[in-house]
Design a protein around this ligand. Sequence first.
Ligand code: G3P
Length: 224
Amino acid sequence: MKFFLDTASISQISFWKKYGLVNGVTTNPTLLSKEGNDAIKVIKEICKIVQGDVSAQVTEKDSKNMIEQAKFLKSIHKNIVIKLPCTLSGIEAAQILGKKNYKINITLGFDPSQLSVFKNINITYFSFIIGRVEDFGDNNVEKIPAVKEMIKKLNNKIQFLAASIRNERQLIAAAINGADVITVPPKTWEKVYNNKYTLDGEKSFMDSWNELPIEKRKKYEIKK
Ligand code: G3P
């Protein structure tokens, strides 16, 4: 299983890379827009610092234009994966680009049934959006096993990419139900590694340690 970082922020990529959590990156127009810089420059910079797939999403709505834009995006770097929406236009573009051996990430997948059409289309990733649905009070976590099953039955070559991960519960559900890749926003990693009980536990250990007189703990501690 791989972890991608769901961001277009160079500083966040550099930070989480140190922990081995950046096997690839997924961007989208919202994430690129948040950076406020030339989007192509940002994508190029990401490709420079990441050894792995970098998803760049089309911003065109019509399949012909999506294909045209995909050609250009692919020319930026060998690791670029074209992100196409799971709309009829996106599917048409995937049909053509799949035959030309483009790496494709189908995004905005909200239901396992949407995988049906990819029985005969050559795509690399199917992004199943988990957290965004919960933002609206619905639940996509229980559909995760069905995504895996549909992929097994229809086209085993597709990698299940779990996306839009807001919390620990969604991350665990994706991992134990066979996601091949989990793309995690930096904010979620911050939450995971600032676990309240871990931090409280560390503080309580230190409080009790400091109750021991200094001469009785000094040989145990490092010299500063
Ligand atoms: O790669 C996933 C992304 O396109 C959607 O994530 O956080 O906007 O729901 P989010």
